[in-house]
Design a protein around this ligand. Structure first.
Ligand code: ZN
Length: 114
């Protein structure tokens, strides 16, 4: 089985089988990377890859996956940022025992904060 040499930031050069590598291509901007789990330290390593490297990896039989940036990045946001007090209010609402009833309108209409 062919081996591909890659570099782990902690361990240095390591050898990987084709199935241990994966090419990831961002369909939003076309950037590519490859990743693998280091066989020595088991940390996941991800590195950006130029088109020439991607072509070599793919022609060698490495699998490829596509991903896209979240569409929320393209949303226009206006208004002020959420405040600490608003965040705490939200936290207490989520922590309440009757969250589901308040959201669905099936409860008594009272909560701990009322
Ligand atoms: Zn390593």
């Amino acid at each position: 089985m062919p081996l591909i040499k890659a570099s782990c930031p902690s361990c240095g050069d390591v050898e990987l089988t084709l199935s241990e590598l994966r090419v990831l291509v961002c369909s939003t901007d076309g950037t590519a990377s490859y990743n693998f789990r280091c066989p020595s330290c088991t940390f996941r390593v991800s590195k950006s890859a130029e088109k020439a490297v991607v072509d070599i990896l793919l022609s060698s039989g490495v699998s490829m996956s596509f991903w896209r940036m979240p569409q929320e990045l393209e949303e226009v946001h206006d208004g002020s940022p959420i405040s600490y007090d608003e965040l705490m209010d939200f936290h207490y609402q989520l922590a309440g025992d009757d969250l589901f009833e308040r959201l669905t309108g099936t409860g008594t209409g009272t909560s701990k904060e009322d």
